[in-house]
Design a binder for this molecule. Sequence first.
Ligand SMILES: Cc1cc2nc3c(=O)[nH]c(=O)nc-3n(C[C@H](O)[C@H](O)[C@H](O)COP(=O)(O)O)c2cc1C
Length: 176
Amino acid sequence: MENNFFNILFSRKSVRNFTDKEVTKEQLEHIVKAGMTAPSAMNKQPWTFIIIDDRKLLDTLGDRLPHSKMLMQASAAIIVCGDMHKALEDWQQEYWVQDCSAASMNILLATEAMGLGSVWTGLYPAKGRVRTVVELLGLPEHIIPLNAIPIGYPAGIETPKDKFNPSAIHWNGWKK
Ligand SMILES: Cc1cc2nc3c(=O)[nH]c(=O)nc-3n(C[C@H](O)[C@H](O)[C@H](O)COP(=O)(O)O)c2cc1C
């Protein structure tokens, strides 16, 4: 029997078209809370979340980031960032990307569960996009923005893709 979690998981899709309806601060805080439940290497939680609900700032970001132009339609956005002061050291530092990605996936699923829509738009490792966001948001050197996630009420255009692909599954090693 399908439970609620699997309904949400299989319903999630990137939403790039939003209505004018506002997402509240309480909703946004709840979504970030879901992000923070993610696992992280050695439980370092090397993340920080910048919530943006300022219309002018959303428009400026959307204008300056062509791959994230849906920010101009969205009611809000969350910028998921890695915090290098909280990250592991040496070769393990790069785990921040995986940790912040896990948090990001939780955010996408939380929005779906709340009847909202969202889309992961990539920043890191695209140097130019990272620079743009660092400048516009005034981020200190140890904060690296991984992605920008526009959030809003879906205009109802997008549908989930069926990605099930049996050929991408291998049992007990690589066998033809
Ligand atoms: C690392 C990453 C970067 C992405 N960057 C962008 C982006 O810059 N702009 C965009 O519109 N979508 C972006 N996406 C969303 C993907 O295009 C989308 O997840 C993919 O087409 C699958 O569709 P679905 O999310 O509806 O299942 C990104 C997704 C990931 C995971």
